[in-house]
Design a protein around this ligand. Sequence first.
Ligand code: TNX
Length: 506
Amino acid sequence: TLGATAPTATTSTAAKPATAVASFADIVPAPVSAVPATGVSYALPSSASVSSDVAAVGGYLAAILRKSTGYAVPVSTAPGTIQLLLSGAPAAVGAQGYQLDVTASGVTVRAQAAAGLFAGVQTLLEILPPGVESSTVQPGPWTLPGGRVVDYPRYAYRGAMLDVARHFFTVAQVERYIDQIARYKIDYLHLHLSDDQGWRIAINGWPQLTAHGGSTEVGGGPGGYYTQADYAAITAYAQQHYITVVPEIDMPGHSNAAQSSYAQLNCDGVAPPLYTGTDVGFSSFCVGSPTTYTFLDDVIGQLAALTPGPYLHIGGDEAQSTSAADYATFVNKVQAITAAHGKTAIGWHDIANATLLPSTIAQFWDTSTSNKALTAAAKKGTKIIMSPANHAYLDMKYTSSTPLGQDWAGLTDVKKAYDWDPGAYLSGVPASAVVGVEAPLWTETIVTSADIEYMAFPRLAALAELGWSPESTHTWTAFRTRLAAQGPRWKAAGITYYHSTQIAWP
Ligand code: TNX
């Protein structure tokens, strides 16, 4: 059961502490089990230290604590006031779960693997006062409520997608988003690296892709691209946050930037001009030309070599300028190329119209709750990532007056983002076919990090909870309260979140 009330803070004066003690009931995503120990709390002393069986996770926690507490927070192997241990965790927590104990004498996180320790650290931070999110020293006291959390995820795939093609975002901006999504136990970052409006990843031997195809973006701005070293830096930073990058090259449509860079990728041999509008469905690689596959073998091969994770996203959406027969031919060839480079393909659910390899994963993005081709594929074993546009798309407007975003899938305020069940959403698709959820952020109207944050928060937290928390915790009224407690945290972190009127922010 979830703790309903926060234990009262013990302070030496009668004055109300500057920061109330957080409650186990406020943890987002809701944990599997959180049992408060009535009357027990633990305040970090100024001598607080971290010991960790995984040095990097200890270092991550200590760095956050140092900034906001101003304490030295050394990391050592001698038992610290906060201990992160790869021993003693219950078997049920698996590879990503953890057990967190706060007693009168200290804090212990136990896990079976480093990723579990990292997840436990996120929960630990959430039961510290909101000021812990600040990058400057805050007053404290740094009191944690006593009790035990035992926690592990519902789904293995809990994703966020950032479209760096419609508008380009720098390595630092992507890293900032990684910092933010990691706090909600997101474990995949899908980067939409190419579209009609821009090509964002350097490919050796094809320099025009970035020199020309990367030189603009929606609205005609300068665009940009990642060198292979930049991309490696992003994947490494993500790995340090236990996040796996899924790179996407969208094809056979959404391909104008590449086709504009190389005439030979067009069936008529003519390179079209760069495109900075927001229409979709007008471009297609030349499916019948061997050059197309020579090119894609280089792209997929290099991207596969650079990508530590198992997945490559091959796009496949809205190929309205590709015939049905060509589409199937193309998707089948690209799946084979992806497999030849040792990766598992993910594609937008449109790929269910081709012959899917057993390992290929389909990402559902429609607004309907039924899809014939996808249901048929699921019955043959295809696994599905759920991103229904009317619930999971972070680029939809919250209300008709939201200054950013689109509304083709409807308006999506927090309740709509939260109130659906990924496991029971698609008719005819068994719950066992669903491997997780993803919150895509398309960026036709999104230009700055503040824009990203305004669209992602609070909805990303809703999607993260759908991905992590057991279905049994799913209650809008409880979620609203939990989410409200995130407001002061986002404020302290400098995140420009949307103050939805559906939430009673403190
Ligand atoms: C549809 S959904 C798209 C994207 C757009 C998005 C805008 C999907 C797989 N494709 O190309 O950016 O809508 O909301």
